[in-house]
Write a protein that binds this ligand. Structure first.
Ligand code: SAH
Length: 372
């Protein structure tokens, strides 16, 4: 049977796998067994799945596959941040994911789309336009490849996932939700819901849908304290202005004691970094259980903005902190390899140079060379 007709089991979360097995005359518990092999042990060869009968293994290899995007490049920053470029449509499309190792946690920043439709004026992903949504398989594969690569290097696996790579996760709702289910599933990556964060530029209807679907952490890219400015920076604001956005934030957290929103605020020199902006911001979010992350703007070629000075960022942070808003300045990580927020472009125009680098990279990251 040609490969295209096979069901890629990486696309199925527990519920999907259970239906798949039941439809094919098997017991639902096969789903849990399969998830343990694939996601916990990193085994993708059906022959090795020894607690399944031989006929079942034969059925699986004839009718299904476990298919990953191809790893084409990897880079490591001087600060330890690592970035992987994954080829998903032959030579046309590539996506990136970024690993940020810290003492107490190892965070993977995952992409949800190739490109993005939202066109935020300070984001380099926007500049490449939108190509397509990633499938659940392509989203979970980023975690699978990196997590099992780390384990085979004898390192701590991924402990946190942030959907802050390329794309708007809430505009690829179903695929992202299935992937998030797998991230949190005890038979897969068993990440606690607090350690999985969906970041949105403010797709209000999808935020409202999220309320009943999941319990993961929610980050909201606010970036401006009034509609006039936010309309320019985050154009989806023209459709869902701040008032509606904050209502959706309330509906996500109200009635759930443990939930709070993380607001993201990119620091753009002379654009949104004045004390007047800080004062408006306090009025806007005071009273919402939240934390504010200030992200120093990460530059890229032809960017029309500059990052605020560090003294301005400090002043802005202190203004907010002293008025009761928990405010943290995010340290830029991995900007020497274009891995910082908003620098993920994912294209690979010069394939030959990339693949040369990939060959070199593979030697250094032997543990990841099992990717196929
Ligand atoms: N679409 C989602 C995820 C995108 S990226 C969202 O908008 O939340 C994650 C964060 O990086 C967002 O807050 C985004 O606005 C921010 N970002 C984008 N470009 C940036 C840049 N050049 N410098 C700093 N942060 C940037």
């Amino acid at each position: 049977m040609p490969l295209v007709d096979k069901t890629n089991l990486l696309n199925l979360s527990r519920a999907g796998l259970e239906s798949f097995f039941v439809e094919n005359g098997e017991k639902p518990f096969r789903a849990r067994q399969l998830m343990q092999w694939v996601h916990q042990r990193g085994v993708t060869n059906f022959e090795e799945m020894t607690d399944m009968s031989r006929p079942l293994r034969e059925f699986l290899s004839e009718n299904t596959c476990i298919e990953f995007p191809t790893l084409i490049d990897s880079q490591q920053s001087t600060d330890g941040t690592r970035k992987w470029l994954l080829d998903i449509d032959g030579v046309e499309n590539a996506i990136e994911c970024v690993l940020i190792p810290e003492k107490s946690r190892t965070t993977l920043c995952v992409s949800s789309q190739v490109g993005c439709t939202l066109n935020c004026s300070f984001c380099s992903t926007a500049k490449q336009g939108f190509n397509r949504n990633l499938t659940t398989a392509e989203i979970i594969a980023q975690l699978h490849l990196v997590h099992h690569g780390l384990l085979s290097e004898g390192k701590q696996g991924v402990t946190n996932v942030v959907m802050m790579g390329m794309g708007e996760p809430l505009l690829n709702f179903d695929a992202v939700m299935a992937a998030v289910d797998m991230m949190c599933d005890d038979y897969a990556y068993a990440l606690s819901k607090r350690r999985v964060t969906i970041s949105t530029a403010g797709v209000v209807p999808a935020m409202n849908k999220l309320v009943n679907e999941t319990d993961v952490s929610l980050a909201v890219s606010l970036h401006a304290p009034n509609d006039h400015l936010r309309d320019q920076l985050v154009p989806i604001n023209q459709k869902y202005p701040i008032e509606e956005l904050l209502k959706a934030c309330h509906s996500y957290i109200d009635g759930y004691k443990s939930r709070k929103i993380t607001f993201e605020y990119v620091m753009l020199k002379d654009i949104n970094d004045s004390l007047e902006c800080a004062s408006q911001l306090v009025k806007l979010i005071k009273g919402i259980p939240c934390k504010l992350n200030l992200i120093p703007f990460n530059p890229y070629p032809h960017a029309i903005y500059e990052c605020s000075d560090s003294a301005t960022i400090d002043r802005f942070r202190e203004y907010l902190s002293s008025r009761g808003i928990i405010t943290v300045t995010r340290r830029a990580r991995g900007d020497d390899i274009d891995a910082a927020c908003g620098q993920l472009a994912g294209q690979f125009k010069d394939r030959s140079r990339r693949s040369q680098k990939y060959q070199l990279g593979l030697k250094e990251i032997g543990g990841l060379s099992h990717a196929h």
